[in-house]
Design a binder for this molecule. Structure first.
Ligand code: ATP
Ligand SMILES: Nc1ccn([C@@H]2O[C@H](COP(=O)(O)O)[C@@H](O)[C@H]2O)c(=O)n1
Length: 194
């Protein structure tokens, strides 16, 4: 049986950083599920058709990490048919042997409710904005407003809203370095049997 790690949390909280490190440490596969929604949003046209036709080349676009792509992703992610079109791919990925780490917004609640480990990664709004502004070389105040708008939309949508699963472990990285956050996540995974 593969070991599945579900990582959720708001934008720029450090989910991807932790997910990549966990996957590298345990030799697991990693899927950044936000990239799927970013690719659908970036394709333009009918988002439902775009989600149904999503191909590996769509995920390789160089512009997917921008703040604009994040906003577009968050808008198409509120469409139930878009989410439905992406569920099976994610669930199949989660069954990769010997294990898989998926990060997103609904992994622990909808995609992999049976995951062996669920982490909900957070950090204060201001710290997340500072980290993302540094990463993108962008204005911190603009990024802060963009993160808040996106988080509010992601948490309020009717289908698969962003929220911690009841049995998720909360990991607030506000006062942690990347190494400290990764070490804590590895310890949680070991504790869970990885
Ligand atoms: N504990 C930390 N200390 C300092 N910087 C961090 C920490 N964790 C992550 N970062 C940095 O913050 C930025 C956002 O992290 P990351 O991309 O992992 O977040 P995310 O939650 O996956 O974001 P998104 O929701 O957009 O996919 C990156 O530049 C990353 O290097
Ligand atoms: N499981 C997921 C993952 C992502 N989303 C939506 O995509 C947007 C971009 O995600 P990032 O992780 O790359 O920031 C995000 O704001 C969500 O709207 C989702 O709904 N479910």
């Amino acid at each position: 049986m593969p070991f599945t790690i579900a990582i959720d949390g708001p934008a720029a909280s450090g989910k991807g950083t932790i997910a990549r490190a966990l996957a590298g440490h345990f030799g697991f596969a990693h899927l950044d599920t936000g990239l799927l929604y970013r690719a659908v949003g970036a394709k333009g046209g009918d988002p439902v058709a775009a989600a149904r036709a999503l191909a590996p080349a769509d995920l390789a676009r160089p512009d997917l990490r921008s703040a604009e792509a994040g906003q577009a992703a968050s808008r198409v992610a509120a469409i139930p048919e878009v989410r439905a079109a992406l569920v099976e791919f994610q669930r199949r990925f989660a069954r990769t042997e010997p294990g898989a780490v998926l990060d997103g917004r609904d992994i622990g609640t909808v995609i992999c409710p049976e995951a062996e480990l669920k982490l909900y990664v957070t950090a204060s709004d201001e710290i997340r904005a500072r980290r993302r502004a540094l990463e993108l070389g962008a204005d911190e105040a603009r990024i802060l407003a963009e993160l808040r708008e996106r988080d509010a939309r992601d948490a309020a949508r009717a289908v698969a809203p962003m929220r911690p699963a009841d049995d998720a472990l909360l990991l607030d990285t506000s006062a942690m370095t990347i190494d400290e956050a990764v070490a804590r996540a590895i310890a949680c995974a070991r504790e869970a049997g990885a």
